[in-house]
Design a protein around this ligand. Sequence first.
Ligand code: IMP
Length: 195
Amino acid sequence: MQLVFATNNLNKLEEVQTILPPHIKLLSLKDIAWVEDIPETQNTIEGNAIQKAEYLKKHYGYDCFADDTGLEVEALNGEPGVFSARYAGPQRSAEDNTNKLLTELRDKSNRNARFKTVIALHLNGEIQTFTGICKGEITTQKQGKGGFGYDPIFKAEGYDKTFAEITLEEKNKIGHRGKAVVHLVDFLNTVSESD
Ligand code: IMP
């Protein structure tokens, strides 16, 4: 089975590639020479994931999946949530976004937060969604050099290291995207069994 993952984010591609079983061949947007931005203009994480998968299928014809992720912070009533990528402005800078979040939370003792990923799969003319959630907390300062996005300021529940300080394998095991991908793979396995 061949599926396009609708992302240009090489970190995400690597994360997902390590989880998918070998019989599922993952193609990136680069592999299919796709250079345009894919619109994500919906006001929910699920809506954006579906929009991206539908857009790629419509314009390219490939079976594909897209993911959308948001960081929901309890003390900020769930913000930045669906706006996580542009939290500090349209430049979509991870540095600016993490700095802004640390500033917004500087006087808050409630640091609870969760990452939520929704994957939308467009397969055989149908859309399915898969969700993964990882609960944790926002640190008071950046820690670690690995990962991407908000990883340096997020510690998963029960961990004393941030996502930027743990290995990719560990992040995949406990992380939001890893959990959503496991649901995706479970579903794809049922499809290949019934073929
Ligand atoms: P999107 O899913 O690419 O739209 O991501 C939304 C925002 O969340 C962006 O700012 C990403 O950098 C950030 N983000 C997505 N996944 C992760 C992750 O696994 N760790 C840290 N930040 C992430």
